[in-house]
Design a protein around this ligand. Sequence first.
Ligand SMILES: Cc1cc2nc3c(=O)[nH]c(=O)nc-3n(C[C@H](O)[C@H](O)[C@H](O)COP(=O)(O)OP(=O)(O)OC[C@H]3O[C@@H](n4cnc5c(N)ncnc54)[C@H](O)[C@@H]3O)c2cc1C
Length: 342
Amino acid sequence: MKTIPTLRHDVSLRELNTFGIDARAHAFVSVKNIDDLEAIAADPQLSVLPRLILGGGSNVLLTKDFNGLVLHMVNKGCEIIGDDAGHTIVRAKAGENWHALVQWTLAQGLPGLENLSLIPGTVGAAPIQNIGAYGSEVAEFFHSLTLYDFLTGETRVLSREECHFGYRDSIFKHALRDRAVIIDVSFALPREWQPNLRYAELVTELGTRGVSNPTALDIADVVIAIRRRKLPDPAVIGNAGSFFKNPLVSRDQHALLVARYPQLVSYPQADGSVKLAAGWLIDQCGWKGRSIGAAGVHDRQALVLVNRGGAAGSDVLALATKIVNDVRARFDVSLETEPVIV
Ligand SMILES: Cc1cc2nc3c(=O)[nH]c(=O)nc-3n(C[C@H](O)[C@H](O)[C@H](O)COP(=O)(O)OP(=O)(O)OC[C@H]3O[C@@H](n4cnc5c(N)ncnc54)[C@H](O)[C@@H]3O)c2cc1C
């Protein structure tokens, strides 16, 4: 049986989740390669434990100690691996920092990912919820990924179709949750690049800077500036970004809501449904800036729940439940959480 040199027991996860929740892991391994995963699968004690795969911990809420094995992804590196029709293919290891990958592609003269600048976390987690921001989402640039499947003991490659990407969703939140470990992800970056200026705030900010023909680097700079202005830094106050997804409602329900609330913030979707701004709904229920104990709603972003210091994950979850109940009672709309609740 292979040894696993990085195996530790009773490990604090406080520094490994951006909420800064002080939960502990029964067992913990830093994963550098497939050999580590095969060694875990072959170990009679470790292979039967519940698993939690952890990248940067920026999209999890730890509500209790984890009585299982945490697999912390630490494999790093990015490389250009080839071309296909009109695209350059770039591959990055799962433990690589997402923003570092975006910056690296731009430095190579490979635009595409700039609208997704500064999203916290790792490359391996990006497909899990199909990360998105400022009019773009990772599925647009996704080529394929390599995963290790603990159920079958196989390493295999998944195409975009096989990942079932949706709005903040993929197969990894469902059938493959905690079973498939993403080892690396490949991206197809277009050689004929067009700026993505669908998001009005980007256009406004570029205008303020006097930029009329933006390069990908200009867009990255603007995205970074807006994000720094709008989102709380987890190094200062614990959070996991947006805590709720923007809910989708039917056109009929939207019409009823607009009749009662003319200020309703909403975005029509291509499939006829309408996306509502969850932050607006929460704000209308009076939650912005409020706290219950050390768990709070951010003062400027009602969509962001924060740990004001010493909150337990269960405190944050209790606050989230109250918000969900209030929004349902007032608007008859169900909010879904974005981070993975553990
Ligand atoms: C301030 C802030 C702003 C944010 N802004 C955005 C935003 O604009 N858009 C957006 O989409 N998200 C945003 N997020 C959420 C978060 O950054 C993303 O979801 C990110 O992809 C999570 O990466 P991570 O490595 O931290 O994942 P983790 O939190 O470690 O894990 C998240 C989930 O992915 C699974 N996972 C992680 N790595 C792997 C792997 N290698 N294989 C299999 N499963 C894995 C975990 O088990 C867990 O279920 C924000 C978060 C913060 C704190």
